[in-house]
Design a protein around this ligand. Structure first.
Ligand SMILES: [Zn+2]
Length: 351
């Protein structure tokens, strides 16, 4: 299903490009700006099994995007400035904001140098347990476990399963199956199942976070860089909508307090972990505002419209997806046509 959806999207984006339809749609779809969502930025890697590849783009692709924005006279702004323009209703110029989730070290090593070439600001949303070195990046642990395995055994919804993982294609199928199952589990069940998978396939789950994420000591100088803003991304990277109201509120306030204490900078911007409708809805939007965040971004696809000023803790984003790193896609992404296909041409989706 995932593969099918990717194929449709790829064909759809390509069709939009070649037909030139995105240019015709631009006046009604483009909105006042876009908030781009990125995770890893690093050189491409070899290997047929890269199930998390959608979460990484190359420094070259990031540079091409910035060149494209500059040549279209679109301002690249911080989330502070995006917020200001929204509340001031200052839409005389289109804007783009770059946001990076989770706090990966490659953001500093590969994304920041490219952003600096353009004097372009960025926001990095930090999960405080990741900076602490005690977080669990289960989707990467799952990739590593499957990469090591010829078969994977798991009890999925009460049924003992033995999944083939001998070839890259089989590994991808196993990943999709296990990812969908794990993603829907309550937090403590997810942790238990991942611990078992990691133990069974020689993966040091605790090391992943320290290998990939910036520590407080690394974040401190980064947060002092005038181009960089650090935002919040909860304490544990949990699905907030699946928590009690009390726990969700605590995730939002405690992570903010932890980051502010460690970095001595105010934290006023938030990204919801996972960020889709199943992870962030009306309750979370209200909790984020109550916790003092000025803006909060989802992973709901869409451009920013003037109406979003009334929904500052439910902002949509445009994913820079590693599966579509093709310069032909750039004008489609900035036209709003790509995300409009996803959200049924609704301008604001904040319910
Ligand atoms: Zn995240």
């Amino acid at each position: 299903m995932k593969q099918f959806r990717n194929t449709v999207i790829r064909a759809g984006l390509g069709a939009l490009y070649f037909s030139g339809a995105y240019a015709l749609l631009r006046p009604i779809l483009s909105g006042v700006g876009a908030i781009f969502m990125l995770h890893h930025v690093r050189p491409g890697r070899d290997g047929a099994f890269q199930p998390n590849r959608h979460l990484e783009v190359t420094p070259e692709f990031l540079r091409e995007m910035l060149v494209h924005l500059r040549s279209n006279d679109i301002d690249v702004v911080s989330m502070d400035e995006a917020h200001r323009r929204l509340i001031d209703r200052n839409f005389s110029r289109r804007f783009a904001s770059f946001t990076f989730d989770d706090g990966y070290r490659d953001n500093r090593d590969f994304a920041l140098p490219v952003m600096r070439e353009f004097d372009a600001p960025l926001t990095i949303y930090v999960t405080s347990d990741f900076a602490e070195g005690i977080g669990r990046l289960w989707w990467i642990a799952l990739e590593m476990a499957i990469a090591n395995a010829m078969t994977i055994e798991a009890t999925i919804d009460g049924t003992a399963c033995r999944l083939d993982a001998a070839t890259p294609a089989a590994k991808q199928n196993a990943f999709d199956r296990l990812h969908d199952w794990l993603r829907a589990l309550p937090e403590h069940d997810l942790r238990r199942e991942m611990s078992a998978l990691c133990a069974g396939h020689g993966v040091d789950e605790a090391a992943i976070c320290r290998d990939l994420c910036m520590s407080w000591d690394e974040l401190k100088p980064l947060s002092a860089d005038p181009l960089v803003a650090i935002g919040g991304h909860t304490v544990t990277h949990c699905n907030l909508a699946a928590q009690s109201g009390e726990t969700a509120a605590e995730e939002l306030t405690a992570s903010r307090a932890r980051i502010e204490a460690a970095l001595d900078h105010a934290v006023v911007h938030l990204a919801y972990p996972y960020g889709d409708k199943g992870a962030a809805g009306a309750r979370e939007f209200a909790l984020a505002a109550a916790a003092g965040y000025r803006t909060a971004v989802t992973t709901r696809p869409g451009m920013v419209f003037a109406e979003n000023a009334g929904h500052l803790t439910a902002l949509p984003r445009v994913s820079l997806n590693g599966n579509y790193q093709n310069t032909r896609i750039l004008p489609v992404l900035t036209s709003g046509a790509a995300t409009a296909m996803w959200n049924g041409f609704r301008r604001v989706d904040a319910a």
